[in-house]
Ligand binder design. Structure first.
Ligand SMILES: [Zn+2]
Ligand SMILES: [Zn+2]
Length: 422
């Protein structure tokens, strides 16, 4: 036998049982986004590398260290998308979607790729769902993004959620704050880890995101942005807070929250699941009023979020709410005897217009079929025997009560509809 091949490190298969959980939470997202007035957008898996250099930011860890970048056959540099936002904005500009409505609202879902060290809930091919609201600077849009994120995670059954909220200030305040942070860190460089030395050079604000213990001590002493914010940025942030209070969302302000990407301006947020022992960040987002310009569009404010689905599923499992009820078939069709197979096949076709139906491919004893039906959690077994066929009837066994009824073959769909509410 040839050597067995395995999935690549950092990728994973989502097997049927778990895929049912994924399907449930993806469907829920689609429904909720519809209620909030978002439309789906589907964007390519790979793009010109330059899009992410300009959109995600040339200086970010994502672009510097984590992208899957390769030349195509014509020597153009392509990258697998490490996130969706730059692509959504590129599509928005390329198709001139601003012309249709002043504000455009998109949702997306799909795989993203980052060459990172795999860990719990962290993969190299991972899956995100998210939204973008493009064309408004209103704090109500920031609040709507947070509210949708909150509603979504609550509606799939998660509890123990908290929103971390902060503002990085508009472009001017952000630059000013970055200078303040840089000045402070300059005097404390010897206490920072080697990654942070690198960040200090490229983007000092990213130091605030470091998980290293020694760095945390320095971060705790770093001046907070509140000390330098302009009145407009203060006003914007206060209005976001008031909306979230009105919506009764459980949030707290964390003045050191910066998020991993460079494009955020003003509002940033993260959703935390307080799971067994450790806070797990499920996702987050913020306002990005400069990004549209960076990728070649007009000055256009925007806000969005993304969620890591692997982490959402992990959180659901930890809360014990990752089960999907009713996975079994509505009807298990049991042909009894060789002459019954065509009739059973015909019946399966009819029933599949309304119900979930399982039928075997190989002849088996009736008692074995009944045992399988019971193990699969079928609600009814339809027994199709040669005698029944001659009489034009089907035997229907209720798998819970064990009660068996004979129903005319032509009436079976109506009869089952009444019983199953299909
Ligand atoms: Zn550090
Ligand atoms: Zn400002």
């Amino acid at each position: 036998m040839a050597e067995k091949l395995k999935a690549m490190r950092g990728t994973h298969d989502i097997l049927p049982e778990e895929a049912a959980v994924w399907r449930r939470i993806e469907d829920r997202f689609v429904t909720l986004c519809g209620r909030y007035g978002f439309s789906e957008i589907r964007i390519p898996i790979f793009e010109a590398t330059e899009l992410f250099e300009r959109g995600t930011g040339f200086a970010t860890d994502v672009v510097q260290k984590e992208m899957y970048t390769f030349p195509d056959k014509k020597g153009r540099s392509l990258s697998l998308r490490p996130e969706a936002t730059p692509s959504v904005i590129r599509a928005y500009l390329e198709h001139n979607l601003a012309r249709r409505a002043k504000v455009a609202k998109f949702f997306y879902m799909g795989p993203m790729f980052r060459y990172d060290r795999p860990g719990a809930g962290r993969y190299r091919q991972f899956h995100q769902l998210g939204i973008e609201i493009v064309g408004t600077a209103s704090p109500a849009a920031d609040a709507e993004a947070v509210k949708l994120l909150w509603d979504y995670l609550s509606s799939i059954g998660l509890t123990g959620l908290k929103i971390r909220l902060n503002t990085l200030g508009g472009p001017d305040c952000r630059v000013k704050y970055s200078g303040v942070v840089k000045d402070f860190l300059k005097d404390n460089l010897d206490r920072l880890c080697s990654d942070c030395h690198d960040r200090f050079e490229r983007n000092p604000l990213r130091v605030l995101d470091c998980k290293n213990k020694g760095c945390r001590a320095v971060i705790a002493e770093t001046p907070e942005i509140a000390s330098i914010l302009c009145p407009e940025c203060v006003e914007h942030f206060e209005r976001v807070e008031r909306y979230l209070e009105a919506a009764k969302i459980d949030f707290y302000v964390d003045p050191k929250l910066v998020r991993g990407l460079d494009y955020y301006t003003r509002t940033v947020f993260e959703v935390i699941h307080e799971s067994a022992g450790e806070d797990l960040a499920l996702g987050g987002g913020g306002r990005y009023d400069q990004l549209v310009k960076e990728v070649g569009g007009p000055d256009t404010p925007a806000v969005g979020f993304s969620l890591g689905l692997e982490r959402v599923v992990l959180a659901l499992k930890e809360e014990g709410s990752a089960d999907v009820a009713g996975g079994g078939p509505d009807v298990y069709i049991a042909p009894a005897g060789e002459g019954a197979w065509e009739a059973a096949f015909e019946l399966a076709g009819r029933l599949r217009e309304c119900f979930r139906v399982w039928m075997e491919f190989e002849p088996r004893k009736l008692e074995n079929q009944l045992r399988t039906a019971s193990r699969m959690g079928a609600r009814y077994t339809a027994i199709v025997g040669e005698d029944e066929i001659r009489q034009g009837v089907i035997g229907l066994k209720n798998m819970e009560s064990g009660e068996q009824t004979t129903v005319g073959s032509g009436d079976v769909v109506t009869w089952l509809s009444r019983k199953l509410g299909g």
